[in-house]
Design a protein around this ligand. Sequence first.
Ligand code: F2R
Ligand code: MG
Ligand code: MG
Ligand code: MG
Length: 313
Amino acid sequence: TPSPASTKARGLLLGAAVGDALGAPFEGRHSVDGAQLVRQERSAEALRYTDDTALTLVLARHLAERRGMVAVDEDTLAGQLAREWRREPWRGYGAGSREVFERVLAGTPWAEASKVSFAGHGSYGNGAAMRVAPIALVSAGPTHAAELARKSAVVTHAHRHGQEGAALQACAAFLALSSDPASPLNREAFLGRLGHTIEHTEWQSRLDQVRRLIGTSSPTFAASQLGNDATAVASVPLAVLAFLQYPDRPAEAIRYAIRAGGDTDTIASMAGALTAARTGAQAIPPEWLARLESASDIGDLADTLATRTPSSR
Ligand code: F2R
Ligand code: MG
Ligand code: MG
Ligand code: MG
C-alpha cells in the first residue's frame, strides 16, 4: 500500500490535472448548468488537460530534479516552461505567457522578457498560481511555500499580483497537504494562516470575502463577489473558497469551481489540488482518473516528489 505521503502527493497532482481537464470545455462560459456538467462527467471520452497541468508537471519535474539543491532555479525553470510551450503550444496558453516564452526561447533573459507584456506592467494573470501546487511538496512550512512560490512565479509574472496569487495557492496547498483528513478542517485557522502569509491589503480583503461566503453561497453568487477570470486576484480566492466549501470531497469542490463559470479549468484545477492534497487521491472518483490523460505518469511523478525532503531556501 502507498504511504500516506504518496497518497496525498498523488492527490495534489492528480486533483490539479483532473480539475483542469474536467473544467477545460467550459473555460470562458458565463456559467455552467448542472446538466452540461453531468454530461461531461458521464462521457467516456479521454479527459485532456491544458496549459495548467502541462506547466504544473514542468514545475513538479523541476523540483524532483533539484533534490539536494536550492528548490527553485529561476533560469532553469524559465527555459523548461518555455520549451514545454514550444513542444505543445496547442494546450490553450494565455497571450501574456506566450509572449514571455517566445522571448525566453529567443535568448532574452526572463527578468527582461517577463516585464515586456501588458505595456511593461508584466502579467497579473493566474498562470503562475495555476502551476504552483507542487511547491507545497518540497516546502518546510507555509511561509517557505509562499517564498518558493514567488520565486517560481517571477520568471513569467512580473506583476506583484501574479506572484501573490501563486504565493497564496502554494501556501493553501501546503496547509491542505499537512492537514489531517481524519479531523474536520479548521477553516478559521486555515484562513488565518493564509492571511498571515499574504500581507498585501487587496488579498486580505479577498480572504475576508471568502470567510463570509463559506456556507450557503452558490457558485454563481461566489463568482459575482470574488471574480472568476484569468487574473490571479479574481480566481485564486474562488478556488480557496471551493476547497473550504468541500474540504473532504474533491469531486464536489471541482464541481463547485466549474459551476462558477469563467476560468473553469484553472479554478477547478487549483480547487482540485487543494482538496485532494488533503484527502488523498483515493477520494477522487476513480472513473475520472481512468479517463485522465497520462494519469499513471502523473502518479509516478507524485511518488517521486513525496519522498523528497523539504528543500533548503
Ligand atoms: N488562455 C487561456 N484561455 C483562453 C484561450 C484558450 C483557448 N482554448 C485557446 O484556443 O487558446 N487559458 C490559460 O490562460 C490562463 C493563464 O494565463 P497566464 O498564463 O497568466 O497568461 P496572461 O495572458 O499573462 O494572463 C491572463 C489574462 O489576464 C489578464 N491580464 C494579466 N495581466 C494583465 C495586465 N498587466 N493588464 C491587463 N490585463 C492583464 C489578461 O486578460 C490576460 O489575457 C489560464 O486560464 C489558463 O487556463
Ligand atoms: Mg488552461
Ligand atoms: Mg484557464
Ligand atoms: Mg526548508
